[in-house]
Structure formats: structure tokens, C-alpha cells
Design a protein around this ligand. Structure first.
Ligand SMILES: [Zn+2]
Length: 427
């Protein structure tokens, strides 16, 4: 091979990167996520899924956590509607308040991505392709006043309720999925909505009926082919238009051992989900061990350049896995000294002396549609990754009640992202 001087190589590389950057700068951002229901990571990885693999090859693949903080205030069952809403609202169940598939009383103050787009960027087109109509009528709360009267531009669902066209005999859920995915591919190809959610159901159905046997695996490969239909449409859009597509495929929960018939519990395998993502800007967080289901929301916000009010951003339980990010994994533990809480986080930045701010609130008015006042704790050097907080005595006696305990909200703000957790104080 001929040797090319390093400065020439550097110049060529820089030029190439600039061109890519420029192209990306002018490209219209688009985002789509697909939930394929109830597939354990180990089963996914030992089953042929060429299309999900192809998407991962254009970005990355990693496992992630669902079900809230284990043994913590945000823990929830690892069930379907809860998983969908973790993704849809970027918060855990202690906030969005969906604890069962019955979806009795979602707290719509934690905006779904559809509502955020509807309010902040109504010029963007949104689309929903779903095998389960409750996703629209209950989780998103389309048209409901208490959900902000949110409208969705393109809707393809309702087939699960249409027993004439889809009689509920064996395999009917697969037929519904096929219809939903076919329509999704068609709409994406012809209309290229700015934001889409596709939900496919059949893989969970086979898990419940057969366990994780060959029939369940076949349903996964089939679902993968439906993902392929949709992804082909995305690839064609990219060929024909100047568009930058963020594509994420995920599942809503894992399955229980030994045979995967069930889910809902707190075993690691049920709490483990995964992300297969096409993106050019995956960050350190995506490859970390701290990736969470709720991280998809702020990633979509970043991709679409959505404006998000600070009050809402500071309630998000996720942090973006694309674009710039500085901290993750905020946690607290009691120090050996009395009344001292050790606040810890992980710092992803490269430089020392990047500063952030810690503050707390004793109220949870946000959950009722109000606003919380935050009290400044300290300015902190993020690279220290911990801060010893002398908790004022009085705080242990106030705070807001949740499941028979008093809580305060802690907020860590950095120049790139914010994180929040709840801290329970014992009087
Ligand atoms: Zn499910």
C-alpha cells in the first residue's frame, strides 16, 4: 500500500467528516421506535433476526433495565402497559401511575411523546401503528381533555377490536401485527411522519401460550421480518429524501425462568430489556451498564430538537443515549456520619472542573399539574462523582407522602442533561 502523509489523511478525514456533518445538519430529523412485545435478551440473541441485526449494525445494541429502581420507590411490575408507558413518558410508574395492563388512572401530567410534540412542535407529524388500541385511547389518551386533547396525525390501529375482519381464532394476533406493520411501512414510505410509534404484539402471545420454545422463536423471526418491512421503508426514505432517521427497536419486558411462560416479576431476566438502534451519534451512556427503558424519551427529544420546558425535563427519569450527556446513575446512600447523605453519580465528561448544580424540593406539586420550588444545595464539580450533603434536621419531618413515607426530590443539573431521584428521609 502507498503511504499517504498523515496530514493529508487528516485533511481528507476532516473534509469527509465536515461533509457528513453538513449533510446531517440540513437533513430533516425523523424518529421511529418499534416495541416488539415480551422477548428475553438471550432468546433474541439466539434466534435469527437479520433485520434487527441490520439496524444494530447502523448504530448499536445493548441491554437496558425496566421496572424502575429495584426495591426502590419506582419499582413496578414487569408487565406490558407499564413498559410501554415507561418508554412513552420517560418516567417510571411512581410518576406515570400505570401499574397494570388495566391502565386505570394514568397521570397525564407526565407528557407522552405525542403530547409533548403536540404542544411544543405541532407542525411535526405524528403516527401510531399499534396492535393494541388501548395504547392510543388510554396511554396516550388521544382526545382526552385531561391528556391535553392530544391529537395524532396518522393512526392505524383498532384491528384487535375488529372481530369481523380479525376473528380471534388461533394466530389472529399475528394477522393483526402483519396488518399494522404493512400499513406502517406504506405510510412511512409515502408520508415519512416525523415521529412514529409501532407496537407489535404476537411475540408475547406465543410466549404465554407455548413458553420460549421453537414456536415462540419462529414468532420472533416473523416479527423481525415485519420490522424489516418497516426498516426497508426507512432505508428507501433515506435514499430518496434528505432525512436523518433515528430508529429504535425495543421490547417491553423480559420473561421468567425456567421456560418464559410468564413475566411481571422482579427477576433480572424479567427486568432486562434491550435496544437495537440506528443512530450516528450514540453516546457513552448507550454503551454503559446504566442504560434504561426511560432513556428512549429524551433521546427522541434530542433527535427531533424538541423544546421541553425545564419543569418537565427535570421530572424525566431517563437521560439521552444520543448526543451530548455528562452524568448518569444519580443515587444516594447514608454516610457513616449522622444526617449526611452521600449523593453519587457517574461522570461521562472528559474535562475536570465542569460544574453542575444540586437542588431539592419538598413538594410534588408537578404530579398534580402544579410547579415545585427547588432549594439550592450546592454547586459541584461533576468529575468528583460524589457530594456529602449535610441534610438539615427539619427536612426529615417534611416532604411529600408516597406509600406511607416522606420524600424529597433531588435534582442534578449539568450543562448537558439533568437527573433526578427521590430521597426518603427517616425522622
Ligand atoms: Zn408485554
Amino acid at each position: 500500500m502507498n503511504r499517504i502523509p498523515i496530514f493529508v489523511l487528516l485533511a481528507i478525514t476532516t473534509l469527509h467528516c465536515n461533509l457528513l456533518e453538513d449533510e446531517k445538519d440540513t437533513a430533516t430529523p425523523k424518529a421511529i421506535y418499534i416495541i416488539v412485545d415480551g422477548i428475553s435478551t438471550d432468546v433474541l440473541q439466539s434466534t435469527p433476526t437479520p433485520n434487527i441485526d441490520a439496524i444494530s449494525a447502523m448504530g448499536g445494541f445493548n441491554t437496558a433495565m425496566t421496572g424502575g429502581i429495584a426495591d426502590g420507590y419506582s419499582e413496578s411490575p414487569t408487565a406490558s402497559a407499564i413498559g410501554y408507558n415507561n418508554v412513552l413518558t420517560g418516567t417510571w410508574a411512581n410518576k406515570h401511575n400505570v401499574y397494570t395492563n388495566g391502565i386505570n388512572a394514568p397521570n397525564y401530567h407526565y407528557y407522552s411523546l405525542f403530547r409533548l410534540i403536540h404542544e411544543q412542535s405541532p407542525e411535526l407529524t405524528t403516527a401510531l401503528f399499534s396492535s393494541w388500541t388501548d395504547n392510543r385511547t388510554k396511554l396516550i389518551g388521544e382526545g382526552l381533555e385531561k391528556a391535553g386533547g392530544v391529537e395524532i396525525d396518522i393512526i392505524r390501529d383498532g384491528y384487535d377490536l375488529n372481530v369481523e375482519e380479525f376473528p380471534q381464532d388461533s394466530g389472529w394476533v399475528q394477522k393483526v401485527d402483519t396488518r399494522v406493520a404493512t400499513e406502517a411501512a406504506e405510510v412511512i414510505l409515502t408520508e415519512g411522519p416525523d415521529f412514529s410509534w409501532v407496537y407489535l404484539w404476537y411475540t408475547d402471545d406465543t410466549g404465554h401460550v407455548y413458553g420460549e420454545d421453537e414456536r415462540h422463536r419462529a414468532s420472533i423471526t416473523y416479527a423481525d421480518s415485519l420490522v424489516g418491512l418497516i426498516y426497508d421503508a426507512v432505508l428507501q426514505r433515506q435514499e430518496q429524501h434528505n432525512e436523518d432517521w433515528f430508529v429504535a427497536v425495543t421490547t417491553d419486558h423480559g420473561r421468567s425462568l425456567p421456560n418464559g411462560f410468564g413475566h411481571g416479576g422482579q427477576s433480572e431476566r424479567e427486568r432486562e430489556v434491550w435496544f437495537a438502534v440506528q443512530a450516528t451519534n450514540l453516546n457513552t451512556h448507550f454503551d454503559s451498564a446504566h442504560l434504561k427503558h426511560v432513556d428512549l424519551y429524551p433521546s427522541v427529544v434530542y433527535q427531533l430538537g424538541l423544546d421541553m420546558p425545564d419543569t418537565q425535563r427535570s421530572e424525566l427519569d431517563g437521560i439521552p443515549f444520543i448526543g451530548p450527556v455528562l452524568t448518569s446513575h444519580l443515587s444516594t446512600r447514608e454516610s457513616e456520619q449522622e444526617n449526611v447523605q452521600l449523593i453519587e453519580w457517574e461522570y461521562y465528561g472528559m474535562r475536570d472542573n465542569v460544574m453542575g448544580t444540586l437542588s431539592y424540593s419538598i413538594s410534588d406539586e408537578f404530579s398534580r399539574g402544579g410547579k415545585d420550588e427547588y432549594v439550592f444545595i450546592a454547586e459541584i464539580n461533576l468529575s468528583n462523582e460524589q457530594y456529602e450533603w449535610n441534610v438539615p434536621d427539619s427536612l426529615a419531618l417534611i416532604g411529600f407522602e408516597f406509600q406511607d413515607k416522606n420524600w424529597i426530590k433531588l435534582l442534578l443539573e449539568t450543562p448537558e442533561n439533568s437527573s433526578n431521584i427521590w430521597l426518603g428521609l427517616t425522622p
